[in-house]
Design a protein around this ligand. Structure first.
Ligand code: IPM
Ligand code: MG
Length: 371
């Protein structure tokens, strides 16, 4: 199979984790006889520095013309604390989501037995956790009218949803639920917000078309609590843009590290794959960031191409590294491996060199130990 991938390294640790994903994709290509071609594109703070624009037109065109987009991370502290900044790196990502029509952000959350000690949750609540968040991505308060009055003492952000916007992601989430445990939870704030009441109405209307899926409704404040006290109850969570942003970061602590979670953003055309973590500027260029969120996003990209065995092998390789404690600093701050080493190990596994052939001593040599 031959596919073109638009790579956007972005900011902070984006380049170093995305590089590992590309190495893994190349190892997959070699093992299975595929060809992946890459183009390199600017977005985020790096794009502002080089062009003044967080999302240059060429990037949009390259993405539209590719089979998939692989994206690293966005954001730089120099913009975070400046409320007067006219351009912001994040505007690039929001604009790209709109331009590609990426209306659904899919964030799977699973737990790894070897990482249970990292989670603030009790082990008995972690076993068997396996759910996926469907977050609406191109509507709601993120994209509503924004206003600041002249005196700069009153501001507003409109939250708007249409039936069409709600229905298309809901249908996707229902279809997904049919292939899983057939349970869908709509997370909203229908006791207060009109937009949430529209979400409930639309979901109730289309639920008849998916009669094998059981649906329940949960207010977002309660959902935030339920995710911590009983995450096992969830299968598919469907929610709007802002609630999805917040609860997906919350859900990442269940897995043990924000660095582990992948995501896919899909719509009608080219899909985009990115880890859910941010640009983590303090770690940029240090070769300590966890590349697994990005590598697992590359596995979702392979699934999207219909390359399911390839994706499964990448996930198996990730499980293998975690099981053998080949982990980055976020997971073990004392005995840890570099970003590049984790990537290499996964490439070697995908290339059929492990387990068995890889020598533990060779791996040991690549370890960093703080004494
Ligand atoms: C995410 C991020 C983005 C969002 C930011 C960087 C604009 O937090 O993808 O979850 O809020 O959607
Ligand atoms: Mg977020």
């Amino acid at each position: 199979m031959k596919k073109s991938i638009a790579v956007i390294f972005g900011d902070g640790i984006g380049p170093e984790v995305t590089q590992q994903s590309m190495n893994v994709l190349n190892a997959v290509a070699k093992t299975f006889g595929h060809e992946f071609e890459y183009t390199y594109n600017l977005m985020g703070a790096v794009a502002i520095d080089q062009t003044g624009n967080p999302l240059p037109d060429e990037t949009i065109e390259a993405c539209l013309g590719s089979d998939a987009v692989l994206f690293g991370a966005i954001g730089h502290p120099k913009y975070d604390n400046d409320p007067a900044a006219k351009v912001r790196p994040e505007q690039g990502l929001l604009k790209l989501r709109k331009a590609l029509g990426l209306y659904a952000n899919i964030r799977p959350v699973t737990t790894y037995p070897s990482l249970q000690h990292l989670s603030p949750l009790k082990a008995k609540n972690l076993a068997g956790v396996n759910f996926v968040i469907f977050r609406e991505l191109t509507g709601g308060i993120y994209f509503g009218k924004k206003e600041l009055n002249e005196e700069k003492n009153q501001a507003s952000d409109d939250c708007v949803y249409t039936r069409v916007e709600i229905e298309r992601i809901s249908r996707l989430a229902f279809t997904y639920a049919q292939q899983r445990s057939k349970k869908l939870t709509l997370v909203d704030k229908a006791n207060v917000l009109e937009t949430s009441r529209l979400w409930r109405r639309v979901v109730q209307d289309i639920a008849h078309d998916y009669s094998d899926v059981s649906v329940d409704y949960m207010f977002v404040d309660n959902a935030a609590m339920q995710l911590i006290i009983n995450p096992k109850q969830f299968d598919v969570i469907l929610t709007e843009n802002m609630f999805g942003d917040i609860i997906s970061d919350e859900a990442s602590v269940i897995a043990g590290s924000l660095g582990l979670l992948p995501s896919a953003s899909v719509g009608n055309g080219t899909a985009l794959f990115e880890p859910i973590h941010g640009s983590y500027p303090q770690a940029a260029g240090k070769d300590i960031a966890n590349p697994l969120g990005s590598i697992l996003s590359a596995a979702m990209l392979l699934d999207h191409f219909g390359l399911n065995s390839e994706a499964a092998l990448v996930r198996e390789a990730v499980d293998w590294t975690l099981k053998h404690n080949f982990v980055t600093k976020d997971i073990d701050p004392v005995n840890f491996y570099s970003t590049g080493t984790i990537g290499e190990l996964i490439c070697e596994y995908v290339g059929n060199k492990v387990p068995g052939e890889i020598h533990q001593t060779n791996v040991e040599l690549r370890k960093s130990t703080i004494i």
